[in-house]
Design a binder for this molecule. Structure first.
Ligand code: 6GU
Length: 233
């Protein structure tokens, strides 16, 4: 998979894309990620990328020309499955969308910044608009990283077997059950007996019940969507 990110703030991506599992996926060659600085396509001596809104009002709007030029250059080099604009008024991102994106070959993630982007970019270039939740962030950069992380970890070969098994249980639609590691007792707090029992059927049942209990308490809305019989969780 190849991901091209277009942003006015490329620095934001440096550490997240060069750490941990995303770094490993890039090193393995499973995913290629390129960050493009909108200022490289800016207009005039000052490489202008934004301007005041027609009709007045506060905030700056990303100009169309730099974005059109950047995206047209990329499109001339390869075909893209989706050109995704990160914006708080987009479609809500979820696990299902991450699954879908993980199967694509080439995508562009366009990060909005300041007040927004000239509407002609959305009309002519963008194929999909995505939000990561009902709150407003200063730009689309953190959302782009959220989409990248959630998507990449679903591509075969990115997670090792142990990490993958954990993914399966979350994909069942329930919240995760509690986890413990050694020591069996810490400052008087004991690990539940059943987990030390070696009884795999009892452990499976306990985990499923705890997951169900937590989902019921915190996210009743998720229970309507459950497939499966709890065998994974
Ligand atoms: Cl994609 N962008 C911004 N600026 N804020 C958001 C968002 C996106 N998703 C939730 N809040």
């Amino acid at each position: 998979m190849r991901i091209d990110i277009i942003t006015a703030v490329p620095q934001i991506f440096e550490s997240p894309l060069n750490s941990s599992i995303i770094k490993r996926a890039r090193e393995k060659g499973i995913v290629e990620i390129y960050v493009h600085d909108l200022h490289d396509y800016g207009i005039g001596k000052y490489r202008q990328i934004d301007d005041h809104p027609y009709g007045g009002g506060a905030g700056m709007i990303l100009k169309p020309e730099p974005i059109f030029e950047c995206i047209e250059k990329l499109k001339s080099e390869r075909e893209y499955d989706e050109i995704i604009f990160l914006t708080p008024d987009g479609e809500l991102f979820n696990q299902e969308m991450a699954n879908e994106f993980s199967k694509l070959n080439n995508i562009i993630l366009l990060c909005g910044h300041y007040k927004g982007v000239d509407e002609r970019v959305r009309e002519a270039l963008v194929t999909r608009e995505v939000s990561i939740g009902d709150y407003v962030l200063t730009g689309g950069e953190l959302p782009a990283l959220v989409v990248i992380d959630a998507t990449i970890r679903l591509i075969p070969g990115v997670l090792n077997d142990i990490e993958s098994a954990m993914t399966d249980s979350f994909q069942s639609g329930l919240l995760d059950h509690p986890h413990y590691t050694r020591p069996a007792e810490y400052r008087g707090m004991k690990v539940p007996e059943v987990l030390l029992s070696g009884n795999h059927e009892a452990i499976r049942k306990w985990r499923y019940e705890k997951a169900l209990e937590k989902t019921l308490k915190r996210r009743k809305d998720l229970l309507n969507k459950i497939k499966g019989d709890g065998k994974n969780g």
